[in-house]
Write a protein that binds this ligand. Structure first.
Ligand code: 5AD
Ligand code: SF4
Length: 442
């Protein structure tokens, strides 16, 4: 019976996964499935998984444990990066799972669902050698103002610690025309902010005769009528070219924030990580941003305790924080991943030492962010409003530089300010956010 089909989907990991889930939800709804809020109420339970670090992977197996006493009426499925990485081994570890699908196989989801509906017990979609992208008009976007939009899938880099090339397969770019068509549809549907997504957006290469590179696509998306903000993530320093900064300088809708993961401040460690750039080459890209006409904020990812990382090499990372003056930092303890080149390395850094380095890094970054944020006090910033926080009585939104601003407004909850752009006078600053008051609607 069509009306009886219901699903529950929980997503782990990055924005690519979040967006994949929006596409999966659209595909399921098209097939007559209804989304429910708790796993117990669903006939189909799906986990869209992440395997970037061991902890992320363990979370999924904990969730699966919960379904052990499956009464046979529920179908349990594992999607995403753990699915691709572990493949059919998941059936051995969790025999109550009957669907295992990696992200490169989502185009086959409708066929796989048919197999499941016909009682299939060990249904898999694990092919990685696809040259298609999961380009579907069925996407169910979660936010009515800001839309994720995939421009490139997979990764051709070979970073020694990283599982992504194995879980998401080789790079496949979408044509610029299909990206622009989707942007126009989104603008017509009322979206004003676009987030271009890819594991490495900088290696975007238009497969059509136009042959556009990333900066050209970025400008064109930024010029679509009705689009007020464009962000992109994630960038790889090796492929990050100066024309991206020129595009930001010359196109007002392109947000002046760049997330440029460095991973380490030591050229020796970067080489061991197979990152294909030196500290100096990374700093050259930072100089482009510092010399831009617009004030571009820079955020990064760092791994501490990569095999062989000495105390002096770690201190090179600490000093890099000062050299760049990052506006945000995501830092992680190195975690060994299956299939990756770094498995062959020894000289592991003890867990407690990794913890110590992580803390020192975060403490150092804290003082930099306090200093950076203090510079905004007294400035008026344009804020894209996200929601009202009833606990604090403040509205919450983001500046073009991706700073969170908590602000007061003469209008409170129910005023439907969500999605609008307001000028806010910044009156105070903190470590991770700014505080202010709305000055005018525009
Ligand atoms: N261990 C720890 N952190 C990792 N990352 C990627 N792989 C690993 C790993 N094996 C981090 C990197 C990357 C971010 C998404 O996750 O910093 O940029
Ligand atoms: Fe996690 Fe990486 Fe997969 Fe995203 S691509 S879900 S971060 S493993």
């Amino acid at each position: 019976m069509e009306g009886m089909k219901s699903f529950y989907l929980e997503t782990f990991g990055c924005q690519m996964n979040v967006h994949d889930s929006e596409k999966v939800i659209g595909t399921l709804m098209e097939r007559g499935y209804r989304q429910v809020d708790t796993a117990d109420d669903a006939s189909l339970v799906l986990y869209n998984t992440c395997s970037i670090r061991d902890k992320a992977e363990q979370k999924v197996f904990n969730r699966l444990q919960h379904h052990k006493k499956n009464n046979g009426k529920q179908v349990i499925g594992v999607l995403g990066c753990v699915a691709q990485q572990e493949g059919e081994k998941i059936f051995d570890r969790a025999p109550h799972v009957s669907l295992v699908v990696g992200s490169a196989s989502y185009t086959k989801l409708p066929e796989l669902l048919v197999q499941i509906e016909q009682g299939g017990r060990r249904v898999t979609g694990l092919s990685l050698d696809t040259d298609e992208t999961f380009d579907t008009p069925l996407t169910r976007r979660d936010n009515p103002y800001r839309a994720f939009l995939t421009i490139i899938e997979g990764c051709d880099k070979n970073c020694a610690y990283c599982v992504v090339p194995y879980t998401r397969g080789p790079e496949r770019s979408r044509t610029s025309q299909s990206v622009l068509d989707e942007t126009k549809q989104l603008a017509a549907a009322g979206y004003t902010e676009i987030v271009l997504l890819g594991q490495n957006v900088n290696s975007y290469l238009d497969p059509s005769a136009r042959g556009w590179r990333f900066a050209q696509l970025l400008r064109a998306v930024g010029e679509v009528d009705g689009i007020r903000r464009v962000r992109f993530t994630t960038s790889h320093p090796r492929d990050f070219t100066k024309d991206i900064i020129d595009a930001i300088d010359e196109t007002p809708s392109l947000c002046n924030h760049v997330h440029l993961p460095v991973q380490s401040g030591s050229t020796r460690v970067l080489e061991a990580m197979q990152r294909q750039y030196t500290r100096d080459q990374y700093m050259r890209r930072i100089e482009w941003m510092k010399n831009a006409r617009r004030k571009i904020t820079i955020t990064t990812d760092i791994i501490v305790g990569f095999p062989g990382e000495s105390e002096a090499e770690f201190q090179d990372t600490v000093s890099l924080l000062d050299a760049v003056e990052y506006d945000g930092l995501f830092s992680f303890k190195y975690s060994q991943r299956p299939n990756t080149p770094a498995l062959a390395l020894d000289d592991h850094v003890p867990e407690e030492e990794k913890g110590r380095r992580l803390l020192q890094l975060l403490e150092h970054q804290r003082t930099i962010m306090i200093r950076n944020n203090a510079n905004y006090v007294g400035e008026t910033e344009n804020v894209h409003v996200e929601h009202f926080n009833s606990a604090t009585g403040q509205w919450v939104g983001k500046t073009t530089q991706h700073k969170t601003v908590n602000f007061t407004h003469t209008r409170g909850p129910g005023a439907a300010l969500e999605g609008s752009y307001l000028d806010v006078l910044v009156t105070r600053s903190g470590v991770a956010s700014l505080v202010g008051e709305a000055v005018a609607v525009n």
